[in-house]
Unconditional design. Structure first.
Length: 132
């Protein structure tokens, strides 16, 4: 079973909340945290990482808040995953001695990683909020 971290799950919820904003305006982090039941300090950490990766923009001040970055609702689950969890990485061959089993495992993980990435790229925020 694939284990999805709270960080990734909350990050996706945050991105969906921002994508649902009809006028594309900024949303207060305090309001988002309350609505999604995410601890505010954790939301700030997640938002900071997403901002560093260009997925959201933050506007400071009393009327500021968060909004989607330049890609808008074309942001994919792949973009969010990579920002918050890093790229899916394949184990390296650990031994100098090559074995058939090691080679098979290495190739299998490469194939799984490629398929996993392609699946994540299929899900855009625009499609997810449209299906609500």
């Amino acid at each position: 079973m694939l284990k999805v971290s709270r960080r990734l799950n909350y990050g996706l919820q945050l991105m969906l909340a921002l994508a649902s904003e009809v006028d594309g305006g900024s949303k207060s982090t305090a309001l988002i945290a309350e609505k999604l039941n995410i601890p505010l300090p954790f939301l700030h950490q997640i938002a900071h990482t997403l901002q560093q990766n260009g997925l959201i923009k933050a506007t400071p001040g009393p009327r500021g808040g968060l909004r989607l970055g330049q890609k808008g609702t074309n942001i994919t689950l792949y973009d969010i995953f990579n920002a918050l969890e890093g790229q899916f990485s394949v184990p390296t061959i650990e031994s100098d001695k090559e074995t058939t089993e090691n080679e098979i495992a290495f190739e299998l993980w490469k194939e799984v990683g490629s398929k996993f990435s392609n699946i994540l790229k299929e899900y855009k925020l625009a499609d997810l909020i449209q299906n609500e």
